[in-house]
Design a protein around this ligand. Structure first.
Ligand code: ZN
Length: 358
């Protein structure tokens, strides 16, 4: 209802993917999706190193044998230098669409490049490590901000669970960790609505929350890295991305737990995977929100995700430092951390009580 009221009172554009295909062997559907969506006949295919190259080349061959002219490029990092290099090489070359075949970094780079080229983007994730696989946001290092920037919603998402199940298990667990974070993200959104009058979309909030609950309900399947577990994480990540598309911002998917993760990136130079850091942050932010942080901590631990600074591979002091600066990462995003953030003493107490530091 809130969403409807908002839409009636001001302009709110919801840009959704046109096609989402999840399942075994669906990578073979890419040529027919390109035809169905009339994307054109000249593709820029962005892929990553190692095993992803093989998959990327497979997709390139599939497209070539279906009358699509394909240029393949391999990227290793999601940095502004990589992006500018690609734009310098491929701007004005008449590409009709971009296909990103790879993990989070490849998807971030290819989505951003497609938006800058003003052409559609197909997301073909080979790992389920974060919810950028289907969202209209990219995380690019060196663009002056550690938070995601708005790009464009992928026109299609092709998530082949056979391919994704071959990715390292740590990536899948990180994806589950990113989803657990929606618990506190939504609580922060409600708080911002109540205290600041910020727009709150109950539909997109419910959708994001559902993806977190789904992960918790099926944590044993996910931990076992079964095909079904992979599918649950992939569907959760897509749901969370769609929630962002509906909200028109990352609000339903990113709150104080994400601010903490971004702050860790600043103070400890990207020490672990995004979803691992988010999960750790969720335990602490759930405590601040007065929620059952112990149960969340148990589930996160059961999934095999880090629940302490030590397990994350960083000194305790970095957690405390990150907690004290997290509110400054994105000042316009009001969360439980408030406008002035946590003092060193409060941060230390929070991390100690939740057993993140000892
Ligand atoms: Zn995230």
């Amino acid at each position: 209802m809130n969403l409807l009221v908002f839409m009636l009172s001001s302009k709110h554009v919801i840009d959704l993917p046109k096609k989402v295909v999840v399942g075994s062997g669906v990578i073979n559907d890419i040529p027919s999706i390109v035809k169905e969506l009339r994307l054109g006949s000249k593709a820029l295919l962005v892929s990553g190193p190692n095993v992803k190259v093989v998959i990327g080349e497979g997709v390139a061959n599939l497209l070539s044998s279906n009358d699509v002219d394909v240029e393949v490029v391999v990227v290793r990092e999601s940095t502004s230098d990589v992006v500018e290099d690609l734009l310098g090489k491929f701007s004005g070359k008449g590409f009709d669409f971009v296909v990103g075949v790879g993990g989070g970094k490849v998807i971030d780079v290819s989505k951003y490049v497609a938006a800058r080229l003003g052409i559609p983007f197909i997301s073909v994730p080979t790992a389920a490590s974060h919810d950028g696989i289907a969202s209209p946001f990219s995380s690019i290092r060196g663009l002056g901000s550690v938070v995601s920037i708005k790009t464009r919603t992928p026109v299609a998402i092709v998530a082949d669970v056979d391919v994704i199940s071959k990715a390292p298990k740590r990536l899948l667990l990180a994806g589950a960790g990113d989803l657990v974070g929606k618990f506190t993200a939504v609580l922060d959104w409600v708080l911002a609505h109540r205290l600041k009058g910020e727009y709150y979309g109950s539909y997109s909030a419910s959708l994001a929350l559902l993806s977190a609950k789904h992960v918790i309900n099926y944590s044993e399947l996910i931990r076992g890295s079964t095909l079904e577990g992979v599918r649950i994480v992939v569907e959760g990540l897509i749901s969370s991305s769609v929630a962002m598309c509906i909200a028109g911002s990352t609000r339903p998917a990113s709150g104080s737990e994400h601010l903490f993760s971004h702050a860790l990136d600043v103070v400890a130079n990207y020490p672990a995977l995004h979803g691992e850091q988010v999960a750790l942050g969720t335990i602490m932010m759930a405590y601040l929100h007065g929620r059952n942080w112990r149960r969340l901590r148990r589930t996160i631990s059961m999934l095999g995700l880090p629940t302490t600074a030590k397990e994350l591979g960083i000194p305790d002091v970095k957690v405390v430092e990150a907690l004290t600066i997290a509110h400054k990462i994105r000042p316009e995003r009001y969360t439980i951390l408030g406008e002035s953030g946590l003092t060193w003493e409060a941060a230390e107490r929070l991390a100690r009580i939740t057993e993140v530091i000892s």
